[in-house]
Design a protein around this ligand. Structure first.
Ligand code: SF4
Length: 353
């Protein structure tokens, strides 16, 4: 067992494939995401797919104060950089994170304008695009692939340090300055659940097959793909959530984000929870840590774990059952729990081989 743990060689001495520090390891420096609101809407709100949106959704709960659609992208970038400088003083390069609503839900020409405008900011080295799986098509993905492979922005360049392996042994690296002539491009899909019954119940307006297809179409073009899932949606048992790991592993994803369900005030889900609390798996912090360790054991080891909890600001929720505990502390508790249980990401997959 211990040998297998060594073999995976998770970064920073961790027992799971943490995304924190990924850019630092790859580029020798931290790349900070700056959340942007580019004025997109959502087809699940404007009537194209549905009205009223997903039952848990209140977009205001998920984006910071500096990002508002009335401001230009550069102004949001500049204010976001100022905001993050307090914590990360040495950060020099940023990723423009198109996060609010569905960020591929517009004609291709409009998308081009917005993405390329963000990439003119001198400190921006790439874009991260959060969207719904039913808001992409071949044309949009072809464009993103061209952008990511340097076929769109001729003459665009940014100096970045890059760590390159010295030998086959990827743990021995040297850092050299590289000139990137193509931006980093990452697409993040909100998948939320692998079960169609859940997706219907939360009024997502798309099924799991749509999500799987979007991930495949994106990865097939050489674009990095991430996905977001919510743990604790109504009707899902813990075993169902654990079983989802097989489907998650089968998709060509590079990274995953998980959030425990947080019931935001004023949403349809708040009402549903009040009426049928027995349909919801609720986790105490201790239970969630144990449960997430079980998830990790079933997730393939090369999948980057970008998040395992969500942090909705307290003013948006009725209760904060875990207290006001910060993400960094939760990460520490997760590592401790993995160590206590003598386990690591993908361990059960290895046992079954
Ligand atoms: S797709 Fe996203 S923005 Fe649209 S209603 Fe659902 S959670 Fe909200």
């Amino acid at each position: 067992m211990a040998e297998q743990f060594e073999k995976y060689g998770f970064p920073d001495g961790k027992r799971y494939n943490s995304f924190v520090g990924y850019f630092k390891r790859k580029y020798g420096e931290r790349l900070q995401k700056i959340v942007l609101d580019a004025g997109f809407t959502c087809p699940n709100r404007d009537g194209k797919v549905g009205r009223g949106g997903c039952t848990y959704c209140d977009n205001a709960a998920f984006h910071p104060s500096y990002s508002t659609a009335g401001k230009s992208l550069h102004q949001q970038m500049d204010e976001g950089i100022e905001f993050h400088k307090v914590r990360y003083r040495t950060t020099e390069h940023y990723l423009a994170y198109f996060q609010s609503f569905s960020n591929t839900y517009a004609p291709l020409e409009r998308l081009r304008e917005l993405y390329e405008e963000a990439l003119t900011h001198p400190q921006v080295v790439g874009i991260v695009i959060g969207t719904r799986p039913d808001c992409v098509d071949e044309q949009k993905l072809d464009y993103l692939a061209d952008l990511a492979h340097g076929r769109v922005l001729k003459g665009w360049s940014r100096h970045l340090m890059e760590r390159v392996p010295e030998h086959d042994d990827t743990t021995v690296t040297q850092t050299t300055e590289q000139v990137r002539t193509a931006p980093i491009v990452i697409v993040e899909y909100g998948i939320e659940s692998c079960y169609d019954a859940t997706l219907q119940r939360i009024n997502r307006g798309h099924d799991f097959e749509t999500a799987r297809r979007a991930v495949q179409m994106t990865a097939a073009r050489g674009i990095d793909v991430g996905a977001h899932f919510i743990l604790g949606l109504p009707g899902e048992t813990r075993q169902m959530m654990l079983d989802s790991c097989t489907l998650i592993n089968e998709m060509p994803l590079r990274s995953v984000k998980f959030h425990q369900l947080q019931i935001v005030k004023g949403t349809k889900m708040e009402k549903e929870f009040a009426e049928r609390p027995e349909d919801f798996e609720r986790f105490s912090l201790e239970e969630y840590l144990d449960f997430f360790v079980e998830m990790l054991e079933l997730l393939r080891p090369d999948l980057f774990i970008e998040r395992f909890v969500g942090e909705v600001p307290p003013r948006f929720v009725n209760e904060t059952p875990w207290g006001l505990i910060r993400n960094v502390e939760l990460l520490r508790l997760l590592e401790k729990r993995l160590e206590e249980r003598g386990t690591w990401q993908g361990r059960l997959l290895e046992d079954n081989r």
